[in-house]
Design a protein around this ligand. Structure first.
Ligand code: SF4
Length: 190
């Protein structure tokens, strides 16, 4: 069951001007049985039993999502091969360690609660200025709730509302600074 090696593939996102890549790593081993254990270890942002998948959000204020399937890992944003290698090697170690310790880990099957869109919107500037690249603050709030946008993408969001929002988001799995992440990992500001 431990993952011995994986094959990487990089693809450009649909927007040709996007400065990042998507990365997919596939492997022979089937890790479906330990996805609930990984959910407990990694504090997954999303979890599904059918189809089996676990999504992990790496950092509280950015939008880098990793989805783990039984035979594949997908990372929505990577800068380059070096960053992908760092994340994938960390994950391979976490997965293999979780497999070794599966008898001592209480598996999680719950679908984590998401931050409420209106609670996020309440603290945004609500100017619909579009500087975040989205048409309205409501759309931005929805994407923050899904873990697809970070607070830093809204230049008009100032203290104390920024701190209040960060505190609110920290209550949810996948958003708090305590979530596991690769050693030396730096937050992405987009
Ligand atoms: S940048 Fe901020 S204020 Fe402007 S539309 Fe986006 S969320 Fe609203």
């Amino acid at each position: 069951m431990p993952i011995r090696e994986y094959r990487q593939e990089f693809v450009r996102p649909p927007n040709p001007s996007a400065p990042h890549l998507r990365c997919f790593a596939s492997f022979e081993e089937d890790i479906e049985d330990i996805l609930p254990h990984l959910h407990a270890v990694l504090r997954g942002h999303q979890f599904s039993r059918q189809p089996p998948m676990l999504t992990v959000k790496l950092q509280g204020e950015q939008a880098q999502l990793i989805t783990i399937y039984p035979r594949m890992i997908a990372i929505n944003i990577v800068k380059d091969q070096e960053e992908a290698d760092k994340i994938l090697e960390w994950l391979r170690q976490v997965i293999n360690d979780t497999w070794e310790r599966r008898q001592e880990i209480q598996p999680r099957f719950d679908v984590p609660a998401k931050p409420r869109i209106l609670e996020i919107l309440r603290l945004l500037p609500k100017t619909n200025c579009r500087q975040c690249g989205l048409p309205t603050c409501l759309v931005f709030a929805a994407q923050v709730s899904e873990g697809l946008k970070s607070l830093v993408a809204c230049p008009g969001l100032e203290e104390p509302n920024r701190a209040k929002l960060a505190d609110y988001l920290a209550n949810f799995d996948g958003f708090g600074p305590a979530c596991p992440r690769p050693p030396g990992y730096l937050p992405r500001n987009s």
